[in-house]
Design a binder for this molecule. Structure first.
Ligand code: ADP
Length: 446
């Protein structure tokens, strides 16, 4: 096992990793920008290193600074959290070249899954069902028109290098396809420096259902069930739950086994998530995230498995300690992502937290790095906390979530808490009847 781990992240996820390290008896190194000198992850770590000025590209994304921090502190491994360098194959490679363990998959797997066209091709080869669409990238308008006609309108133009919903455009009909292609291309070029795009059938009312996996790189892999992340605005998840209100045990086992088998074939190492759209009883692969996800706690709550602990154990070279039979699902968990944003316009609302009172009690978990008097810097993601609630049944979970949201106080800034207080009382949400467009429609209705 490692003696010392450097956590190349900030905010709640830095704390999440730090907690797992402490429980494993591993020393922790926090890194921070000058804007984060007062951050909680810095206060709680055994050591900390300032790695640069506020902009992320000069600090949290600054590979030479991170390498120097590893060298100065003697850290043997780096946990990247999510975002920042967590899906950067080059970073994983550079660490490997310096004899430092990247807590995550091999650079090769990160690279394959980071290119959505390659990822889709790989998924198909491994027997995972994919969305009908172009076989690879589309290079000309004429080719796109031909393929679109075959799969049928509406179609979605997606960026090969895509992420965060950028470089994605719907074409309703033939007339709008050329325009959608051009817009997606220029958006992708601007955001990712790569204008490769591909076509997919646009699904009208799917749910977003993803499967959590763990593999040890030796051909052992298990799935930890699904998370339903259909409640999204601008393709960003805000509410995640497990189990999905749309699946039964048989469907879960079927898609879970398909994914676990694929991960065994791939000799996948670490934690990962295979994302699907689910419509009319069918699953369609959209992408794989080769890292820990924001919404991982809901899976932890219903399986009792500490995902970060497992990531660290596997990265240290230990074989998977659990088999599929050991994975059981009990109860229901929901996560709400609390952002420092206006709950209607979603405009960021950084600033000082004048009063803070997080909820507690049975089945309530808060993953957050904020505290009373803390000033949220304007430079980073606006996620300030995750409220994760567990109940024996979905109904118990919803009642508990309702009262936890009512207890939660964050004063001095705007947060998305009022939106969640409405959602948890909405009949569609209570009945579990929502698809990926539900929230946008709800918000549009005012
Ligand atoms: P990103 O990497 O940019 O997040 P994804 O491929 O994961 O892109 O898709 C993000 C979201 O976009 C999905 O959760 C879903 O809401 C929507 N989406 C993606 N592909 C399709 C599709 N073929 N049909 C309808 N919606 C889609």
């Amino acid at each position: 096992m490692f003696d010392k781990i450097l956590i190349a992240n900030r905010g709640e996820i830095a704390l999440r990793v730090l907690r797992a390290c402490k429980e494993l008896g591993i020393s922790t190194v926090a890194v921070h920008s000058t804007a984060d000198a007062d951050a909680m992850h810095v206060k709680l770590a055994d050591e900390s290193v300032c790695i640069g000025p506020p902009p992320a590209r000069e600090s949290y994304l600054n590979i030479p600074s991170l390498l120097a921090a590893c060298e100065i502190t003697g850290a043997e491994a780096v946990h990247p959290g999510y975002g920042f360098l967590s899906e950067n194959a080059r970073f994983a490679e550079i660490l490997r070249d310096h004899g430092i363990t990247f807590i995550g998959p091999s650079p090769e797997h990160i690279r394959v899954m980071g290119d959505k066209i390659e990822a889709k091709r790989t998924a198909k080869r491994l027997g995972i069902p994919v969305v009908p669409g172009s076989e690879g990238g589309v290079t000309s308008d004429a080719e796109a028109h031909k393929i679109a006609k075959q799969i049928g309108f509406p179609v979605l133009v997606k960026a090969a290098a895509g992420g965060g919903g950028r470089g994605m455009k719907v074409a309703k009909d033939e007339a709008s396809l050329s325009n959608a292609l051009a817009t997606a291309r220029s958006e992708a070029k601007a955001a990712f420096g790569d204008d490769a795009v591909y076509l997919e059938k646009y699904l009208g009312k799917p749910r977003h259902i993803e499967i959590q996996v763990l593999g040890d790189g030796r051909g052992n892999a298990v799935h930890l069930g699904e998370r339903d992340c259909s409640l999204q605005r601008r393709h960003q998840k805000i509410w995640e739950e497990s189990p999905s209100p749309a699946l039964n045990a048989e469907m879960r086992a079927k898609i879970g086994d398909t994914v676990a088998t694929a991960m065994r074939d791939l000799k996948y190492l670490g934690a990962g998530t295979v994302e699907f759209l689910y419509e009319d009883g069918e699953f369609y692969f959209i992408e794989m995230n080769t890292r820990l996800q924001v919404e991982h706690p809901v899976t932890e709550m219903i399986t009792g498995i500490d995902l970060v602990n497992e990531q660290i154990r596997i990265a240290a070279g230990n074989p998977l300690a659990i088999t599929q039979k050991d994975v059981t699902f009990e109860g229901h968990a929901i996560e709400c992502r609390v952002n420092a944003e206006n709950p209607r316009t979603f405009t960021p609302s950084p600033g000082r937290i004048s009063y803070y009172y997080p909820p507690g009690g049975l089945g309530v978990r808060i993953d957050s790095a904020i505290y009373q008097g803390y000033s949220i810097p304007p430079f980073y993601d606006s996620l300030i906390g995750k409220l994760i609630v567990y109940g024996k049944t979905r109904n118990e979970c919803l009642s508990r979530l309702r009262r936890a949201l009512d207890e939660y106080v964050v004063d001095g800034i705007e947060t998305t808490l009022p939106l969640f207080r409405q959602l948890v009382r909405n009949p569609d949400i209570i009945n579990g009847e929502y698809d990926i467009h539900w929230l946008e429609n709800y918000l549009a209705e005012g």
